[in-house]
Ligand binder design. Sequence first.
Ligand SMILES: Nc1ncnc2c1ncn2[C@@H]1O[C@H](COP(=O)(O)OP(=O)(O)OP(=O)(O)O)[C@@H](O)[C@H]1O
Ligand SMILES: [Mg+2]
Length: 245
Amino acid sequence: MVDGVYEPLLRICRYINCPEGYLGLVIDDLRQLGVDELISDGGVEFMGVKLLGKGQNSFVFKCRINNEYYACKVRRPDSPRPSLINEGRYLRLANSVGVGPRLIGYMGNAIVMELINGSSLQHYAEHADPNELRGAVRDLLWHCRRLDAIGLAHNELNRPQEHIMISQGRVYIIDFESASMNSRASNVSQLLNALIMSKGSFQGRVRSMLGIHVRPEQIRASIREYKVVRSDDAFLKILELLGLK
Ligand SMILES: Nc1ncnc2c1ncn2[C@@H]1O[C@H](COP(=O)(O)OP(=O)(O)OP(=O)(O)O)[C@@H](O)[C@H]1O
Ligand SMILES: [Mg+2]
């Protein structure tokens, strides 16, 4: 059987010496998911292969199924996570409330999802005009609100620069690998604390682009209140204070 269609992965494996058995498992999963080809394309270069992205747990390839292109997150051989199954499940749940890249399918070693042709929130915040950024932050907070409403905690929105992508004005929360069901955790609070309330040049930039006029204590109080009652009303109060309603 010729696996040349998965050449970008084979090439990486030749360089990093993947452990025995790894390639076979991943290729089985890619086949089961119907992935016709992994494509060397994207903004990240690794061992001569172009990737959409690379994290501690995965290589994210552009891939093709029939005539459509997708993103294919492949578990790294050195990932501390034994499987991508939980991430696939949580992404499906997030999709049920319109959050995250659209899931196509998942197996233990690979997830196929909508390809986001966009940029990270970090990059976006540097290039967008204030109105665009306000719209994106408003949408993002609504995505967090909808996740809160079903008790799905992303758990990594304390690093929003890495876990939020924007494409054609649409926001995507990505990477549900650390997600959990937790009706007390709040994505809205976690995101606001990281994006607006914390110190840092990125946060300062976001605050000034949003043109927030109220005192930080007021916002903090409204976030605390929201965490207790977790209602749409309390959420709308936050949006109002931020001038995003
Ligand atoms: N659906 C997608 N479309 C386009 N690019 C994507 C998509 N999903 C992920 N990426 C890119 O791949 C990168 C890594 O993805 P992700 O954060 O899910 O991997 P990870 O291995 O869990 O990373 P980390 O170790 O940081 O947790 C992202 O930052 C993004 O640039
Ligand atoms: Mg991750």
